[in-house]
Design a protein around this ligand. Structure first.
Ligand code: ATP
Ligand code: MG
Length: 362
């Protein structure tokens, strides 16, 4: 694999809490696939963060790591053009997490709206672990360890990227002499260790789940997975609640994707623009079109997208092959993360002598 140091760097990733789904594809992975040719790309499996909600299921987390890589490869992530790696095998990330946790007021972390939503949706407001909120600080370290310029993510992650920018700003000013009023985009050229990363939100920043209420999410049982068979897709699309279940085909229907998830799926997955506008027009007028007709077209479009992905997925059925991909990616990830850690420690007067940790087995 060739890496070119003058390319802008990208870091993003997924928590191994289950298989990847259509929300991942539209919110982040499609963009990752495009960026492989133009950027130096690092894709992380946040397996330590998976312990925030599943510390009692270590074997499942391990299996999900392998499955997430398989799904990513199926979607077109190419290990010869990017590095896919395990968070737990890049120690610099943990060291930076500790350091960055000193730069963020506790209340600032707890005010993060995505964190608050997650605690509420997962019913953990009163009984989360100490480590749960720490994952948001950890995520700033995931990104900054790579001195990433761009982070392709779904909409829910934007507050995390804002937190990351705050850490970078504070670090650069406190330890690198970057002036207080320096514009964000000049931090690197003014001697800051960290560039201020930008959230690169996909064309569909928040795909609704088939429950039509929450975002599609691995943990909420409302997802269409990349590995779902054509039959499963059809069944799941059939279950989408459109708010019109008693509507007759000749009554007007709701086409606002915010109010009717089926229409978000029409706009997102059906490529034929004429068909989309025909559906929009007839459905909103009540011109003899029921949910059933729309659901069949949406299922067909999704299956057309997933078919080639599932064929590609079969090439990676061996766990050993997936682990080889992770081993190589993790080796490359450590090179850059160790370099960043050394720069950060030097800036924060933590360098007493040169340190090289050799990671045996990589
Ligand atoms: P969990 O339920 O465990 O939080 P998740 O389904 O939310 O899992 P993550 O691993 O948290 O998935 O997210 C990985 C990436 O995919 C993030 O950039 C996130 O914003 C994006 N993403 C996840 N779900 C969606 C969605 N429904 N729409 C758009 N982007 C999404
Ligand atoms: Mg999530």
């Amino acid at each position: 694999m060739t890496t070119s140091t003058d390319r802008m760097r990208v870091l993003t990733g997924d928590t191994p809490t289950g298989n990847l789904h259509l929300g991942h594809w539209v919110g982040s992975v499609r963009r990752r696939v495009e960026m492989q040719d133009t950027h130096e790309c690092y894709f992380l499996l946040a397996n330590m963060h998976a312990f925030t909600t599943r510390a009692d299921e270590p074997e499942e987390i391990r299996a999900d790591c392998i499955e997430c890589v398989r799904d990513a490869l199926a979607m077109g992530i190419d290990p010869s053009r990017c590095s896919i790696f395990l968070q737990t095998e890049v120690p610099a990330i943990s060291e930076l997490t500790y350091l960055f946790s000193m730069l963020l007021p506790y209340n600032r972390v707890m005010r993060n709206p995505t964190l608050k939503d997650e605690l509420k949706i997962k019913g953990m407001e009163d009984n989360h672990s100490f480590g749960f909120p720490l994952y948001t600080v950890g995520q700033t370290a995931d990104i900054l360890a790579f001195r990433a310029h761009a982070v392709p993510v779904g909409e829910d992650q934007v507050p995390h990227i804002e937190l990351t920018r705050e850490v970078a700003r504070r670090f650069n000013k406190m330890y690198c002499g970057v002036p207080a009023k320096a514009p964000d985009e000049e931090h690197e050229s003014l001697g800051g260790v960290f560039p201020l990363p930008v959230a690169d939100v996909g064309r569909v920043g928040r795909l609704s789940g088939i429950d039509g209420v929450q975002k599609m999410s691995k943990s909420l049982g409302n997802a269409i997975y990349i590995r779902d068979t054509a039959k499963q897709v059809k069944k799941k699309i059939g279950r989408i609640y459109t708010g019109h279940d008693s509507r007759q085909p000749d009554e007007p229907g709701e086409i606002d994707p915010e109010k009717n998830p089926l229409f978000q799926y029409v706009e997102t997955f059906i490529d034929d623009e004429d068909l989309v506008s025909d559906f929009r027009d007839r459905y909103s007028r009540g011109a003899n079109i029921g949910d059933g007709e729309v659901k069949v077209a949406v299922s067909d479009a999704i299956n057309h997208l997933l078919g080639p992905m599932q064929e590609r997925r079969e090439q990676f059925s061996s766990d050993d092959d997936v682990i080889d991909i992770l081993r190589e990616g993790t080796g490359r990830a450590n090179s850059i993360a160790e370099e960043t850690l050394a720069l950060a420690k030097e800036a924060a007067s933590l360098k007493f002598f040169n340190r090289t940790i050799s990671l045996q087995g990589l």
